[in-house]
Design a binder for this molecule. Structure first.
Ligand code: G4P
Length: 280
């Protein structure tokens, strides 16, 4: 199996530079990862960026992830001195927790600033992460509660918009986009399976096969429970799936290509259950 990962170093360098520029303006970084892939959806560069800033780590799409695994990951991150939260960024109510936390951190900063004689400077934060983890969704959910947008300010890079979340908190309205670790083949595979990268890294049937293998290792009952497939690991499983799902070609032959697409779609959308593809 050879995975074709098409990455664009030009975009990467540009995104990284933009990210570094924005980082200079903020006090806190909210990093978003996909709760189903807390390792693979990270950008390894981010750890080295923005030293000394507060870091909040969001395991987003937790509605699709295995809750037990999410707990394990949260515990592991806490031990690494990170502040983890799990959430579904589409749900406004889920944003209450993060807002409370951000306000607490902002209050701490304000107290520190006051000691140093600096007054009335709101804490600033930015949201960062690899594509498709829910950055825009979170920004929208947070901004939905905000009343004012603050415009450009002298000394701030032109074009940047800050959204006032509270008297002491401002959010950069553009997220920092980072690239995943693309040097590891397994990472690309998992990201494709969870829909985090749209590039077709493998033909659907091969991707389905690889996805099935991963699923079997961690959730051996999922396929039987969802589709009633036999548990014999038959290489003809896509044929069986096509038959069970009535995905037939014109002549009545099982359509394995559509079966693969169905499986991949169901996997991505959580129809095979709440799954997490890696453990701490
Ligand atoms: P990004 O800015 O990091 O690139 O991600 P964005 O907010 O655009 O979100 C990507 C997709 O993920 C969106 O679906 C969004 O609704 C969905 N999403 C965001 N947060 C959550 C979450 O906590 N749970 C679930 N289940 N979904 C979430 P979309 O527009 O329909 O795109 P797609 O699903 O077709 O990729």
């Amino acid at each position: 199996m050879s995975i074709n990962l098409q990455w664009y170093p030009g975009h990467m360098t540009k995104a990284r530079r933009a990210m570094e520029e924005s980082l200079r303006l903020v006090d806190m970084i909210v990093e978003i990862r996909d709760a189903r892939l807390p390792y693979s959806s990270a950008n390894p560069d981010l750890a080295g960026m923005g030293q000394g800033k507060k870091r909040i780590l969001i395991l987003n799409k937790s509605d699709l992830a295995d809750p037990e695994e999410t707990e394990k990951w949260m515990a592991a991150f806490r031990q690494q001195d990170m502040i983890p939260l799990s959430m579904d960024a589409r749900v406004r109510g889920d944003c209450t927790g993060i807002l409370r936390l951000l306000n607490e951190l902002a209050a701490e900063k304000k107290a520190k600033d006051l000691k140093r004689g600096i007054k009335n400077r709101p804490a600033r934060l930015m949201v960062a992460g690899i594509p498709n983890v829910g950055k825009s969704t979170l920004i929208n959910s947070l901004a939905g509660r905000a009343s004012t947008k603050t415009g450009d300010k002298p000394g701030v890079t032109r074009g940047l918009q800050w959204i006032r979340l509270s008297a002491s908190l401002e959010l950069l309205d553009t997220p920092g986009i980072l690239w995943p670790r693309f040097e590891e083949e397994a990472v690309g595979l998992k990201l494709a399976l969870m829909g985090a990268i749209r590039e077709e890294i493998l033909p659907a049937e091969e991707l389905a096969l690889a996805g099935r293998k991963l699923l079997e290792e961690r959730y051996p009952k999922a396929l039987t429970e969802r589709y009633g497939l036999s548990e014999d690991n038959s290489p003809a499983w896509l044929t069986e799936l096509a038959q069970k799902q009535s995905l037939l070609q014109k002549g009545g032959e099982p359509d394995t290509a559509r079966a693969a697409a169905r499986f991949l779609d169901d996997l991505k959308k959580g129809k095979l259950g709440r799954i997490t593809l890696e453990s701490p």
